[in-house]
Write a protein that binds this ligand. Sequence first.
Ligand SMILES: [Zn+2]
Length: 204
Amino acid sequence: MNLPKDLQYFSKMLGELRKLPYLSSKNLYKVGVSILEMDYSAVEKLASVLTLAKQYSKKCLQCHAYSELDLCLICTNEKLSEKKICVVANWLEMLTVSTAVDFDGKFHVLGGLLSPLDGIGPNQLNIATLKERVKLKDVEEILFAFSPTPEAEVTISLIISTLKEFCEKIRFFRISSGVPVGASIEFSDRSTLTQAFAEKRALL
Ligand SMILES: [Zn+2]
């Protein structure tokens, strides 16, 4: 679609919106027009909350979840055991799991899964900090909550071999295959996830 030349700023705005993932080009124009049709004060508020959310959201120093605090509310919750860590691929999956399931341990966000073809190797993932946590907190149990993919399998193998090196007694589990192959944890419902956690299975 070609925009008329007398709409330079609108065109610039679309150029910025286009950089956002998940926004199809068809929806891009609809979002753009919706913004033009909003009240001026609502647009100002939108621009301001975008900046504030970006300014104040940072990653928890321990688990890498987004938080406005140095340590997130799960990491500082003393009712949750430090000895159990549920490892998730990304923060959205952590949000889904922590909301749906009554897990009595802490979390660790890896920041992706191993995928050499996409340039994601061990150094791009938060594995070193997981290793530190296991050492410092004397962690006894690691539970992998990944969507079932080939990348998840390779990532699990790597983490087990990395942690086994210095910690013999640590036990590894993964959630059951209640999450269907090809499905994502992010879009699993509460009962599927609760069952997948209840039927966790031991690895090794
Ligand atoms: Zn945290």
